[in-house]
Write a protein of this length. Structure first.
Length: 359
């Protein structure tokens, strides 16, 4: 298999710079996901790895070899697109065999590779059908199968599930996870869907305006975001980010004022130099319904979202709504005044530069 090394990569369209001095090492056999909002440069980056976009400056190496000047077909990669990109006049078999025929592979080898890919993806019964006779999920399997037949060093996926409905996306996520385990190859995946990123990845790279905001294992990013951008992007609903004021720091504990009360956080500061104005962060699942004698904060409910096993309650906050997650059977209505207890062990604190300041 192959690792990917990206060094000081830049990409500009005229005066607009999309990727800025970007460096990243992607380990061989890993499943690395590039996530970020629309326009952050993740698809452009993937297309530069594939050779579909010209690099303005910098280097890309695959398996130790510089590929800047190689055409896409010379890079030994396979790319799966959002739009499937299947030939409508060809059968499933011919679509999957197309790249191999261009390489002038022997007929027996083509037959074996297509049959093997079809077996892995469980589409053997569809090999003689045309794409229009398939569902969206089946078409995406064909597109992935076409990539598998080439036995590339690297698989690149550009938002491959975004055209599928919710149930099919869940099913295809499972299929992709099984596929990575089966093939044990390097996969780079682009999505704006953080659920896909969290469930599929061995490593996530969060992009913001063409730069890396944070990278690491999924749970590390979820539990220890480096900044408010990652805290607000990873997690659904996002982390609550609430204005706070610094009060004191003693005995390795920091005292702040937020939500109209003073709180002592049982965590150490990374740096003793601290701003007066801070941002307090806490995830919805770390805020719980309290009792009359045991609560930190109270507020009025103005929206509820019932999702079956859980309910999201939106409370009136200082600048924006504050979301808490409660059980699905909670009998809370719009207009209720609820008392909330915070899990202070799972809180976060950010400075005026939006950087995390707690260990």
């Amino acid at each position: 298999m192959a690792d990917i090394s990206i060094e000081n990569l830049n990409k500009s369209y005229g005066k607009t710079q999309v990727i800025r001095d970007f460096s990243l090492n992607i380990k061989s056999q890993s499943f690395t996901t590039l996530v970020g909002p629309s326009g952050c440069g993740k698809s452009t980056l993937l297309r530069m790895i594939a050779g579909l976009e010209i690099i303005t400056s910098g280097n890309i190496s695959i398996d130790g070899s510089l590929v800047n000047d190689l055409s896409p077909k010379e890079r030994n990669i396979a790319m799966v697109f959002q739009s499937y990109a299947l030939y409508p006049h060809m059968t499933v078999f011919d679509n999957m065999a197309f790249g191999l025929k261009l390489e002038k592979r022997p007929k027996e080898e083509i037959q074996d590779r297509v049959q093997e890919a079809a077996r892995i993806l469980q589409i053997e019964q569809y090999l003689q059908r045309k794409p229009k006779q398939l569902s969206g999920g089946q078409r995406q399997r064909v597109a992935i199968g076409r990539a598998i037949t080439r036995k590339p060093k690297v698989f690149l996926f550009d938002e491959p599930l975004s055209n599928l409905d919710a149930a099919l996306r869940v099913q295809m996520r499972i299929e992709l996870a099984k596929l990575h385990e089966h093939l044990d190859t390097t996969m780079v995946y682009v999505t704006h869907d953080q659920t896909e990123a969290m469930t599929l990845s061995s490593e996530i790279v969060v992009l913001d305006q063409g730069e890396i905001s944070q990278q690491g294992e999924p749970l590390d990013l979820y539990n220890k975001p480096n900044n408010t951008f990652v805290a607000g992007f990873i997690g659904s609903p996002k982390m609550n980010l609430i204005p706070a004021k610094f009060l004191s720091n003693s005995s390795n504990q920091v005292e702040i004022n937020t939500l109209g009360s003073n709180f002592t956080l049982p965590k150490k500061l990374k740096d003793k130099n601290i701003d007066a104005e801070l941002i307090f962060g806490i995830r919805p699942e770390d805020m719980h319904l309290g009792s009359d004698n045991d609560y930190h904060w109270q507020s009025k409910v103005f929206v509820t979202e019932k999702l079956g096993s859980s309910t999201f309650i939106y409370l009136e906050g200082e600048k924006e709504p504050i979301v808490i997650e409660v059980t699905g059977d909670a009998t809370i209505k719009v207009g209720d005044l609820v008392k909330i207890k915070l899990d202070l062990e799972k809180t976060h604190l950010f400075n005026s530069q939006n950087l995390s300041i707690l260990e």
